[in-house]
Write a protein that binds this ligand. Structure first.
Ligand code: SAH
Length: 274
């Protein structure tokens, strides 16, 4: 399979068939084939051909989904494209690094989605959270690109890197999240986290046999791969300690105050747009 065949372009709620046509043309020019639409406006797909000459062959392969989650099913890593510049807490990459990372993953036969938002209002926060990472394409202070132009720039970067000489082949840049403290967690912090996790898991009766090593070793592998930062270590440590506290309070019959985040991941509410 060709590397670019592992890429899917997802458009969330596109409104205008001319824009979809321009996206199809950009994709065809750059060698991408798989297009998915999430809840497109009622559109006469024949009208896409006003702007998308010679893309008739793509029409019947376009997938249509009711939700972004459905469109992302089976995808290994997804990149949410946003006109808004990155903020501290989101995993984000600049476009070149995102393209490089995604091609390196495609080399391992993993499937990738590039997700683009509505022409008027972009992607909602909740939709961006569904993506593994967000990507902002560098512009002047006027950051909002036309939908099809954003797709064209991303697909062009993909094609260029695909054709780059062998010695500049893509590397999987880590997903940065611009955390306030970006020093990596030390080995002893990681060990302390694992030990605290182990006792929390004991407290909640997670282990079904006295040989917990496999699970703990696997979490160790995840932590090592994730290359967590110091502030992320503190976040995870806080969560793990709360699990033990919860178990202790429950054992003593003390009621727990449960606060649900104002915007929970399980809410269907489309939320704020970006
Ligand atoms: N008016 C919206 C932008 C919508 S443009 C806003 O200002 O937020 C439609 C889509 O094109 C966006 O959802 C995003 O996926 C993509 N896009 C536009 N400009 C972009 C940029 N500078 N970087 C990354 N993606 C961009």
């Amino acid at each position: 399979m060709k590397r670019l065949d592992l890429f899917k372009i997802i458009l969330v709620e596109p409104q205008n068939p001319i824009n979809v046509g321009n996206v199809m043309r950009a994709m065809k020019n750059m060698g991408l084939r798989h297009l998915a639409l999430v809840k497109p406006a009622e559109m006469d797909m024949a009208r896409t051909q006003i702007s998308a000459h010679r893309t008739e062959d793509m029409l019947e392969d376009i997938e249509v989904f009711d939700s972004l989650d459905d469109a992302l099913s089976g995808i290994h890593e997804s990149y949410g494209f946003s006109a808004r510049k990155r903020t501290q807490t989101w995993a984000s990459l600049d476009m070149e690094s995102a393209v490089s990372r995604s091609l390196a993953l495609a080399d391992q036969n993993l499937s990738i989605a590039f997700v683009f938002g509505r022409e008027q209002s972009g992607l909602t926060n909740e939709e961006l959270v569904r993506c593994s990472c967000r990507v902002h394409i560098e512009t002047s202070d006027y950051t909002s690109l036309n939908l099809a132009q954003a797709v064209l720039l991303a697909s062009y970067a993909l094609l260029r890197q695909t054709r780059a000489p062998k010695d500049t082949q893509p590397t999987a840049a880590p997903l940065e999240n611009h955390a306030p403290d970006t020093r990596p967690a030390t080995q002893d912090e990681q060990l302390r986290l694992l030990k605290t996790l182990e006792s929390a898991l004991v407290d909640i009766g997670y282990f079904k046999s006295p040989d917990p090593n496999t699970a703990i070793h696997r979490v160790h592998n995840i932590l090592t791969r994730a290359d967590i930062h110091n502030d992320e270590y503190h976040l995870l440590m806080g969560i793990v300690k709360e699990i033990s506290n919860f178990a202790a309070l429950t054992e003593r019959g003390i009621p727990i105050k449960k606060i649900r985040p104002a915007k929970s991941l399980s809410d269907a509410d489309p939320g704020q747009c970006l």
